[in-house]
Design a protein around this ligand. Structure first.
Ligand SMILES: Cc1cc2nc3c(=O)[nH]c(=O)nc-3n(C[C@H](O)[C@H](O)[C@H](O)COP(=O)(O)OP(=O)(O)OC[C@H]3O[C@@H](n4cnc5c(N)ncnc54)[C@H](O)[C@@H]3O)c2cc1C
Length: 466
């Protein structure tokens, strides 16, 4: 009987446990124990019911095109609980000089694929539009090392597209800065297209032609009762005796071919495998004596904080001229150049209508807690500052029925320039330590589906060696 320790009960660790549990049911001779430092499982996945609204504290959905989350839901029997985003109402605005400008139709991520919407768009200057025409003639480019996402986008479309699109879009996904994020890690499709066709526009159009005829699917998916439903369903399938909550792992030692775990409140335990589903800097702490070299590279993966504010309103309490803004659209993004601590705002009642009862407006704001207006503020003060920002952008003076602020310190791994080289080094050093797996959002994808895939793959690798 092989013993496996999973350290960290976020979605990555839970997925590893689920797939190990499945293998066990299928007859694999294994036993696993999952250690979670906190009282609850799920990590940043957490849904609350507030005033008849479904409020997501962490992720609100996942990208449908990445299949691993939906696959897990199906394996859990949650297929009929999956919901697509309401893309009929999908429209996004960008704040430019304090005004909301719609994203033109046909933009795929940040690449234009339709002519007239761009021609008439007030989001871009004439100079940028001309640049987009010129981009069609970009020659193929042999990749030479890594660069920032901002550099890649600027080379194709100019500075304005970096500021108005790349930076706010990437801030929305990574909570990071396009000037620091690695093009190869966060925009891999763009670097491939650049190598193959030169032009990103031509590359996108070719990809669209290939997809033609495939059934349209919603951009985002979630669950009827929110992301917590996924966590609860996974936990319900696991062996309760294998789940140790409030059990931080404080140290890791190699004992011959085995792993010894030091625990804060109980004696050390010994395992054949250790799956580290925790942030890279925590994995670095645990591995410091086992492999100082690996610990040093893991410590180099930077993290940013995340902060969200959910606000629920009676639609009637909002002035009609302002309320009409909320009839359509999924929300807006705020480029950093605008100097605001508000990074984005989702109109949740449009994106996932079942999350708010009729007659309500449910907003979720993403805030930059490093911004000077927010740094060091208590929650009540931060809510007031965020409301002032919403007032400035939307003219929203109404009193909310509720406000919920969530802080996630050091939750967003930053795939900065050189990330893939760092990953290769981490992999090389990890391979010298048989029985060790590193999973979660620090490595090959920050989104929920990628974290699930990392847990599933770790479980598969382990069961294959049994
Ligand atoms: C506000 C926010 C919004 C997001 N929105 C989306 C979205 O809409 N779609 C999407 O796909 N992704 C989104 N993400 C990203 C995604 O949710 C995360 O990257 C992913 O859930 C991380 O999962 P994880 O298991 O790697 O880590 P975590 O969820 O951070 O879990 C790690 C766990 O390890 C535990 N731990 C740490 N140290 C120890 C220790 N020594 N011993 C035991 N346990 C330990 C922690 O307590 C924690 O529970 C969002 C993230 C945030 C913060």
């Amino acid at each position: 009987m092989k013993r496996i320790a999973i350290i960290g009960g976020g979605i990555a660790g839970l997925s590893a446990a689920f797939y190990l549990q499945q293998a066990k049911r299928g007859g694999a001779a294994l036993e696993y124990v999952l250690y979670e430092a906190g009282e609850r499982l799920g990590g940043v996945l957490r849904t609350e019911r507030v005033d008849d609204c479904l409020v997501e504290a962490g992720p609100d959905s996942f990208l449908t095109e990445k299949p691993w989350a939906a696959e897990l839901c199906r394996e859990l029997g949650l297929e009929d609980q999956l919901l697509g985003s309401n893309d009929q109402l999908r429209r996004t605005w960008i704040v430019v000089n304090r005004r909301l400008r719609p994203l033109p139709d046909g933009l795929q991520f940040m690449v234009p694929t339709r002519t007239w919407p761009i021609v008439f768009s007030r989001l871009f200057s004439a100079r940028t539009k001309l640049r987009m025409v010129g981009e069609l003639f970009s020659p193929a480019r042999t990749p030479s090392g890594d660069e920032s996402a901002a550099e890649l986008v600027e080379r194709h479309f100019g500075r304005e597209v970096v500021e108005r699109l790349a930076d706010p879009l990437l801030a929305g996904v990574y909570g990071g800065d396009a000037a620091r994020l690695s093009a190869r890690a966060v925009l891999p499709r763009f670097t491939e297209m650049e190598a193959q066709t030169g032009s990103l526009i031509r590359g996108m159009l070719a990809a669209r032609r290939k997809r033609a005829g495939a059934p349209a699917q919603p951009l985002f998916s979630s669950l009827k009762d929110g992301m917590q439903q996924l966590v609860d369903a996974v936990v319900a399938r696991l062996d309760p005796a294998a789940l140790r909550r409030s059990a931080p792992v404080t140290g890791l030692r190699r004992e011959g071919a085995r792993w010894s775990l030091a625990l804060a409140a109980s004696p050390a335990e010994s395992f054949d495998y250790a799956v580290l589903a925790i942030p890279a800097f925590r994995a670095s702490d645990l591995l410091e004596t086992v492999s100082p070299a690996l610990a040093a590279v893991l410590a180099q993966v930077p993290y940013n904080n995340a902060m969200t504010l959910s606000l629920g309103f009676d639609a009637e309490s909002i002035l009609p001229s302002v309320g009409s803004r909320f009839h359509t659209g999924h929300g807006f993004l705020v480029p950093r150049r605008e100097g605001r601590c508000l990074l984005a705002c989702t109109y949740v009642h449009n994106k996932f209508p079942h999350r708010a009862p009729p007659g309500r407006v449910l907003l979720r704001a993403f805030l930059d807690d490093r911004h000077r207006d927010l740094a060091g503020l208590r929650d009540e003060e931060a809510v007031q500052v965020a409301r002032l920002e919403l007032r400035a952008v939307l003219g929203l003076y109404a009193e909310p029925r509720f406000a919920r602020l969530y802080r996630w310190p050091a939750a967003m791994a930053q795939y900065e320039v050189g990330h893939l080289d760092r990953l290769a080094e981490i992999e090389r050093l990890r391979a010298q330590l048989p029985g060790l797996a590193l999973i979660g959002n620090a490595y090959r994808g920050i989104g929920v589906p990628d974290c699930i895939r990392s847990g599933r793959d770790a479980a598969k690798d382990i069961t294959q060696t049994l």
